[in-house]
Write a protein that binds this ligand. Structure first.
Ligand SMILES: C[S@@+](CC[C@H](N)C(=O)[O-])C[C@H]1O[C@@H](n2cnc3c(N)ncnc32)[C@H](O)[C@@H]1O
Length: 241
């Protein structure tokens, strides 16, 4: 790894998170909020914040160093920033045999499904701020020069797109769909494809709907790999069996 690679990736994170111009963001954009991904940005291309973006970076470094096979996916991408960083990472390391899957409805969150009663009180689907169209996300990739054939967009509800997605093996699955249904659908269809040693990242663990799905899925499948904190809101584990 060269110093140029590291400098590019650091600048990419600063740009995606709009850290360099934070004083122009408006809203609740303070340094501390952007560090922890606590504000909903007006301009930045990701809302996950610096600590979670750094953890994604670290996970990708480990996957490469340990040669954990598989592609990268995020389910729930909003403006696309975390996936843009994944693609930038692969490009910076001249890695051509891994793809980035970008899964989203591109029209916001689903209304609660009676199949998952725990989501009944969720109002995320009413939030226009969380609706970002596919052309907007593609344009964001393009702005960084990172829209190419190594990126595959999966447009639609996770329950419809993930079962038939052209994914064979994953090294990193980053789940950011907030709700029980979105988290459970992602785990159900993606976890069996996660390599041993791969990273399962849960952005919304602090949201009760999401953590309930995580605990139910782990109990159903006897998963005991330790859940490790990223910041006060997000967690990950590495698959050992
Ligand atoms: C909190 S945002 C994701 C933030 C993003 N990871 C970032 O880097 O800023 C949640 C996203 O999940 C999507 N989403 C949630 N549940 C979904 C589902 N069941 N199917 C498709 N998209 C879903 C929404 O459209 C929205 O773009």
């Amino acid at each position: 790894m060269t110093i140029g690679t590291e400098l590019y990736l650091e600048l990419l994170k600063k740009t995606i998170l709009f850290e360099i111009w934070l004083e122009h963001e408006g809203g609740n954009a303070t340094f501390q909020n952007r560090l922890e991904g606590l504000d909903w940005p007006n301009i930045a291309h990701s809302m996950i914040g610096r600590l979670r973006m750094n953890q994604l970076h670290q996970a990708m470094n480990i996957v490469i160093n340990e040669q954990i096979p598989g592609d990268f996916i995020e389910t729930g991408v909003w403006r696309g920033g975390a996936c843009i960083f994944m693609r930038g990472f692969l490009k910076a390391h001249a890695i051509r045999n891994r793809r980035v899957f970008v899964a989203d409805s591109f029209e916001g969150l689903p209304a609660p499904d009676p199949k998952y009663p725990i989501d009944a009180t969720s109002t995320f689907h009413t939030q226009d701020f969380l609706r970002v169209t596919l052309p907007e996300v593609q344009q964001n990739f393009n702005k960084y020069g990172l829209l190419d054939r190594q990126v595959t967009f999966l447009k639609g509800w996770f329950k419809d797109t993930l079962p038939t997605a052209p994914i064979t093996q994953l090294a990193i699955a980053r789940l950011d769909g907030d709700m029980y249904s979105s988290t459970m659908d992602s785990l159900t269809h993606l976890y069996p494809k996660l390599s041993i040693g791969g990273f399962l990242i849960i952005d919304d663990y602090s949201i009760g709907y999401c953590s309930a799905a995580v605990h139910d899925y782990r109990a159903m499948h006897g998963i005991t790999d330790p859940i490790l904190p990223i910041d006060n809101y997000s967690v990950y584990w590495r698959k050992t069996k």
